[in-house]
Design a binder for this molecule. Structure first.
Ligand code: HSE
Length: 431
């Protein structure tokens, strides 16, 4: 029987889930993997956790060094989140000859290269399945299941909180604030939920997926990111009238060594499988060669979903053995420097535009004139009926348009006296 001694750093929602799963599956793991997964030490800065979780005095500590300096600990599970001191903990754990498992997307996105290099040097492994999609095995799928494929595009709903909020707003007409508060209560949101709703959490995850799928190392600062805070019930409703759904998508597309990356609310056809991914569920749709299209779907946030990914890392570590650490780290650290990142200005998409305009003759021709002048072709126009007001919402869909031209046109349109509020533009994808 193998024995893996674990040091768990950070015992919040996910940490408690890991302890729960290891306890519940103890017998199965002994039989199936001939391994005893033993939690040797749990560290958290909040000592009240020990009491709440009924952890013995010898098991619990508030000092990280009690784990990092313990020669009998084989693997450190880092679950504190954020970049610092998480980065330093991971480096120190590797230098102390311990494998690392982390669910921390921010630290892998920002310091992945440095951490993988150190892991290679120390001949240790870093596993990070739960950093994207919680227990949905997307890291494993890209690095192992689909190894040998090239990736043409990736469309991911990879922030459970944003998807939960938009779903609640769509299906229960919940307000943004109420939906966010529910997501927080359910343990889906980050400790700083701004990262969820402003798209940064998804951007961290996208950069991790792109590193693995496309071999391009991306600084998240270079990803165009828009959150879901500007999405209104009106846009959700008007989209529905058009057979469309608004989803918080992370998008990567490659063509001719160019890479397009963006995170933003996106309109997609209501018949596409991603359109029915609701609540806290995540899904990643990949166009690969030679395998073709693949869709991975499952709960992307929450205690047991995230803990499931961490436990799968533990099992992989235990069953695949130390000798694969270098090969795995080398594959993960590989970079193709020939790939160039496209700027957002250069991309082309279809757009949904909503304007609030004065309802009088000539308005439409003025607006379509400006769009036409900037090479933006209109696909459809719909004026929404409004009772007792002189201003009406005008909803337009465009054909493929250059982002830069669209922005210039909208600035010009916004200046017209007949336009009564800031124009709304949401990108559309034909999947
Ligand atoms: N806050 C994250 C989300 C948790 O909502 O997706 C999982 O990474």
């Amino acid at each position: 029987m193998n024995k893996i001694n674990i040091g768990l750093i950070g015992c919040g929602t996910v940490g408690a889930g890991v302890i729960k799963i290891l306890k519940n599956q103890n017998k199965l793991f002994s039989k199936k993997f001939q391994t005893e997964f033993k939690i040797k030490k749990v560290c958290d800065k909040n000592s009240a956790i020990a009491k709440r979780m009924k952890l013995s005095k010898s098991l619990f500590t508030t000092k990280i060094d009690d784990i990092l300096n313990d020669k009998n600990i084989d693997v450190v599970i880092e679950l504190i989140g954020g970049t610092h001191p998480a980065k330093e903990i991971v480096l120190q754990a590797l230098r102390s000859k311990k494998h690392v498992i982390t669910a921390n997307k921010a630290v892998i996105a920002k310091y992945g290269s440095e951490l993988f290099k150190e892991a290679l040097k120390q001949k240790k492994n870093i596993y990070f399945e739960s950093s994207v999609g919680a227990g949905v095995p997307i890291i494993n799928a890209i690095t192992e299941g689909l190894a040998g494929n090239t990736f043409k595009s990736l469309y991911g709903i990879i922030n459970g909180t944003s998807n939960f909020i938009l779903s609640e707003m769509t299906h229960s007409l919940c307000t943004f604030a109420d939906a966010l508060s529910k997501a927080q209560k359910n343990g889906y949101a980050e400790s700083n939920p701004t990262l969820d709703v402003n798209g940064m959490d998804a951007a961290h995850k996208l950069s991790i997926l792109v590193r693995l799928a496309v071999d391009k190392i991306i600084d998240v600062k270079n990803i165009h990111v828009e959150g879901i805070t500007q999405i209104s019930h009106d846009d959700i409703k008007y989209a529905k009238d058009l057979g469309l759904v608004i989803k918080p998508l992370a998008i990567a597309k490659t063509a001719n060594n160019n890479l397009e990356l963006r995170v933003h609310p996106t309109l997609i056809d209501e018949d596409h499988p991603l359109a029915s991914v609701n609540g806290v569920f995540n899904a990643i749709f990949l166009e690969t060669d030679p395998m073709g299209d693949i869709l991975l779907y499952g709960q992307g946030a929450g205690q047991l979903a995230a803990a499931s990914g961490v436990v799968s890392d533990l099992v992989n570590l235990a069953t695949k053995g130390e000798n694969i650490a270098c090969a795995r780290m080398k594959n993960i650290a590989y970079e193709d420097r020939s790939i160039k990142l496209k700027q957002i200005d250069q991309i082309e998409t279809k757009f949904y535009i909503r304007l609030l305009v004065t309802d009088k003759p000539g308005v439409l021709s003025k607006i379509s004139g400006i769009l036409g002048k900037h090479d933006i072709s209109i696909d459809s126009v719909n004026q929404k009926k409004q009772k007792k007001t002189s201003s009406v919402p005008l909803v337009m869909l465009t054909h493929l348009a250059k982002e830069k031209k669209l922005r210039i046109a909208l600035e010009e349109i916004a200046k017209l006296s007949l336009v009564k509020s800031k124009p709304v533009a949401i990108r559309m994808e034909n999947l």
